[in-house]
Write a protein of this length. Structure first.
Length: 504
């Protein structure tokens, strides 16, 4: 029997009343949990104290008068504020720049529309997993060895290092200018392919050796310029820092690049192998690769846990589980159709998004505490904390922009036969450059404000001295710094909004 209209009306009314009561109960519990007490702000003593603090904050210690000459000048607080606010601005600039550069590649991995169509057979996935750490480890050792040779040359004589750098540059030029073109046709002979591989290996060796020599000379040149350039001494410091960055990160960057390159080729050849074989042999190849890939993953996870918790018997968490788990999963893979595609792109997307969400959930203040322990007090710790949080925040924003692109250009470029990298370069990147730039500028604004809080735990910038003045009840001096922060945020907001209007 159909309900009458009055019955439905009373049901709606009762439901509305229950919702209102539930909301009131939530707010009532919130008031109780937050310990709101109106007697405290009405206390005359507390009112007098807050009035005194507000009057001190309203009278910032901007200028001072020389008792002897009667001249006006900036106070000590103003001078410190100018120095620290400049440090804060450039802390935020460096963190935003590095965070943006690192967030861009991460955002493509965290974009659903780009990753979900990526599929591959199980053998291809496991071949990539096996190839990545092996190629990365070998490249790390080789690059470290080559960098060591460059360091030995520098220890012997800087002039020798400079001469070797010139010889290396000439050798690279001759290697690719003289002789056949490095391009290889599909019908190339075996000898031509071997010659190309040899040329590529020699080129990589010379390039790594030359970069290591350049970094070594950059350290010395930067230190010399820092002493010679009185007004522009920071240029020498910049050169030295960049050179030191290259020296430290050259082996891991090359290892990472080689690892992902090997994973790409491993996935390609693994897929070609199972697709070209019959079902029986393809199952065997899949089982072997699955056993090896699973062992690599289990060993990596166990090694991380052992590093974190320092187990008494690390082999119980690394070697044994890797061997046993690899064998079991390898046997189970025999039940899987070897040519069946799996959504590896969705897995990568889920992992990337999860990492970004975890990092975003950690406040930069907590990150700064960890980095202060690692690199000591100062702006360097603040830069690292802001950079890490910028990667997480911008990675999410960038990935959402990628997910909202127009699919028309993507379909058009794909229809021409372009591969996935070409599709991203010519159909995706042109659409996301304007919003990426706007978000990067906005992140600079956010990092300026965040650096104030990070300074409270020793992360450098104006926040460090601001916290000291507040703790010492020097509210007039603190007011100068609060005023400077407000002015800088306002100016950055106007500047960034103006640039965004021109870009978007």
């Amino acid at each position: 029997m159909q309900e009458t209209s009055p019955t439905r009306t009373w049901q709606h009314l009762a439901r509305t009343i229950l919702i209102i009561l539930a909301i009131l109960l939530v707010f009532a519990f919130a008031v109780q949990a937050t310990d709101i007490n109106m007697e405290k702000p009405l206390d005359p003593v507390r009112q007098a104290n807050v009035t005194r603090v507000l009057r001190l904050l309203a009278d910032p210690d901007l200028v001072q008068v020389d008792a002897e000459t009667g001249r006006w000048g900036l106070s000590e607080a103003s001078q410190v504020t100018i120095e620290r606010i400049i440090e804060t601005i450039f802390m935020a600039l460096l963190a935003s720049t590095m965070g943006t550069a690192l967030a861009v590649p991460v955002s493509f991995l965290a974009a659903r529309n780009l990753m979900e169509p990526v599929t591959a057979p199980l053998a291809a996935i496991m071949a990539a997993i096996v190839a990545l750490p092996i190629a990365g480890w070998i490249t790390l050792k080789i690059t470290s060895f080559i960098s060591g040779l460059a360091a030995q040359a520098g220890d012997y004589s800087l002039w020798m290092a400079a001469g070797l750098l010139v010889i290396t540059a000439v050798a690279l030029w001759l290697l690719w200018r003289i002789g056949a073109s490095p391009a290889i046709e599909e019908d190339a002979t075996r000898n031509e392919k071997i010659i190309l591989v040899i040329r590529v290996v020699i080129t990589l060796f010379l390039a790594i050796f030359g970069i290591a020599l350049l970094a070594l000379l950059g350290l010395e040149v930067g230190a010399w310029l820092e002493e010679e350039l009185s007004l522009f001494w920071f240029v020498g410091n910049f050169i030295a820092v960049v050179a030191d960055f290259i020296r430290v990160f050259l082996p891991p960057i090359m290892a990472l690049f080689a690892g992902f390159l090997a994973a790409s080729y491993g996935s390609r050849y693994g897929q070609e192998a199972v697709l070209s074989l019959e079902t029986g042999p393809a199952k065997i190849v899949t089982a072997v690769l699955t056993a090896l890939g699973s062992a690599v993953v289990i060993f990596a996870v166990g090694s991380f846990l052992n590093w974190l918790y320092e187990f008494n018997n690390p082999q119980n968490w690394t070697i044994y589980p890797a061997v046993i788990g690899g064998l079991i999963l390898g046997l189970l893979s025999l039940l899987v159709k070897p040519k069946q595609p799996f959504g590896i792109g969705s897995v990568i997307y889920t992992i990337s998004r999860s990492i970004l969400n975890i990092l975003r959930s950690i406040e930069p203040l907590i990150m700064a505490i960890v980095f202060v322990v690692w690199v000591s007090l100062g702006p360097f710790a603040g830069i690292m904390a802001l950079t890490l949080h910028s990667i997480a925040a911008l990675g999410k924003l960038f990935s959402e922009q990628i997910e909202g692109i127009d699919e028309g250009p993507v379909e058009a470029v794909t229809a021409t036969g372009a591969n996935r990298l070409q599709m991203i370069a010519f159909a995706v990147v042109p659409q996301v450059i304007p919003p990426f730039t706007a978000f990067a500028l906005y992140r600079w604004d956010i990092n300026v404000r965040m650096s104030t809080i990070i300074g409270f735990v020793g992360g450098g910038g104006i926040g460090f001295v601001l916290s000291q003045n507040i703790q010492q009840l020097r509210y007039r001096q603190a007011a100068v710094m609060m005023l400077a922060i407000a002015v800088v945020v306002i100016l950055l907001d106007y500047a960034s909004s103006s640039i965004r209007r021109r870009i978007i």
